[in-house]
Write a protein that binds this ligand. Sequence first.
Ligand SMILES: [Zn+2]
Length: 258
Amino acid sequence: MYCWICTNEVAEFLPYGLPCRRGRCPHCGAKPRGRLIGWLLKEVLYPRMPPEARVLEAGASKFSVQQLISSGAVDGPRCTVIDLRRLRHHHRLKAPHNFVQMDLTQMGFGADSFDLILCNNTLPYVSDDYRALSEIRRCLKPDGLAIINTHREPGRTMGVREHRRLHPELSDDYYAVNGDQRVFGDDFFDRVSESGLGCEIATAFGLRSEEFLARNGLKRQNEILFAYIDPSALERCRHQDIEIRGALARREMSNYET
Ligand SMILES: [Zn+2]
């Protein structure tokens, strides 16, 4: 098997997450979603963005900072990372990339600042998701694109306190890994739309063989949520390995894992 983030041959991908699934790279820690996002940035989005473009990542993971922004493996435009806290991995960001300690629900950037905003499994940890999404919309350029992914479960969105009452079998670790403020449900897309962002679900590598997916540590249903102000921004996502599924597909998506 092969991890295309660190370009290492891999004897086997390791287990990760709750519920546990297989797919973590023993060398760089990339999981299937990280490999998907890395590919999307490197092969699809960054080549179509001007050198002066600006990227914002809200709540970037250690993997994202080390392997997608700082390593040079993905050569992209200037990226600003924000987080409520300054963590050790944020110190690895070197110019032109930078870290700003900032609340996603109250960002200090001007309107229309970013060409691309990445928000990968950050919203379940944010106190007010509506304000966070509204801030993403405000700071996104009119022709910009946001990629907003989150852990979801069937049913409606619930605060963690209510979810815990209904699921006493789940451990503290479950909420640490998947979100400590709320568990998003099928109405996630409606919540994105309420902020004024349009959104479309896409899947990647759906036409590829099982052998291709297994060898590269990918999942059959690699779901991506693209959010935008103007639908023309979706033109940047056009690629033979990406299928934009349309609004009806949102209700049908069965893969809730991130
Ligand atoms: Zn790797």
